[in-house]
Design a protein around this ligand. Structure first.
Ligand code: MG
Length: 219
């Protein structure tokens, strides 16, 4: 067990880290705004459907918008390869042992590419409902994605992420007949945590409510 002093030092170190990240996130936000880029940080667990939703959004938006997707994953470029089939440019970041993207990852990219080539930036964060909550990236809006396969309490169990998001997606509603989940209750949970959230129940199989989701992005 670390000594009490040691523990408090670790806590301070973490706070410094988060503060530094916040500063860099604010810079990222400024840079993206200056280039007129609409940006979204998409967070959610592995298998929630983040990539599938981004595939659909890129499919529908890439006719008249230039889209960049930054994909965060511990390893592989599976997601980036999928998304590239739908008219977006992609950059894969492999974080190795880190369970979330941070503002430094994004800053390294946006300071080294020609941002005038893009209208929209989607950042697909590493699949995880816990780690990303502390690390803002500088995107204009944060979108949290959960699926009804994650169980009826998934929203209540992750209040911080819902509190600090702008849009919530409850996905895979096409599976509702096979699962013991009350979708309205999940929506109510999200609304209770954050009354300002825009909430969409979606399916990437039937495309239910995808058009409304796109409207909410105000692109
Ligand atoms: Mg993915």
């Amino acid at each position: 067990m670390p000594e009490e002093e040691e523990i408090s030092r670790i806590v301070e170190l973490n706070e410094d880290l988060i503060q530094d990240n916040d500063k860099l996130a604010a810079q990222n936000n400024q840079i993206l705004k200056e280039h007129g880029i609409k940006s979204f940080d998409v967070v959610g667990a592995i298998g929630a459907g983040k990539t599938a939703i981004l595939e659909l959004l890129c499919e529908k938006l890439s006719n008249n918008k230039r889209i960049l997707v930054i994909n965060g994953d511990v390893a592989t470029r599976v997601d980036a390869d999928r998304i590239e089939q739908h008219g977006a440019k992609t950059i894969q970041i492999n974080t190795g042992r880190e369970c979330a993207l941070n503002a430094y990852h994004i800053s390294q990219i946006i300071n080294n590419i020609d941002l005038s080539e893009y209208d929209i930036l989607f950042i697909e964060n590493v699949g995880n409902l816990i780690c990303p909550s502390d690390f803002m990236l500088g995107a204009e809006k944060r979108i949290v994605v959960v699926s009804i396969t994650e169980g009826p309490w998934v929203v209540r169990k992750h209040p911080i992420l819902f509190k600090f998001s702008d849009i919530a997606i409850i996905n895979k509603i096409d599976l509702k007949d096979y699962l013991d989940v009350d979708i309205d209750e999940m929506v109510n949970d999200a609304r209770e945590i954050n009354p300002n959230l825009e909430i969409f129940t979606t399916s990437t199989k039937t495309n239910e409510n995808i058009v409304d989701l796109i409207k909410a992005l105000e692109i």
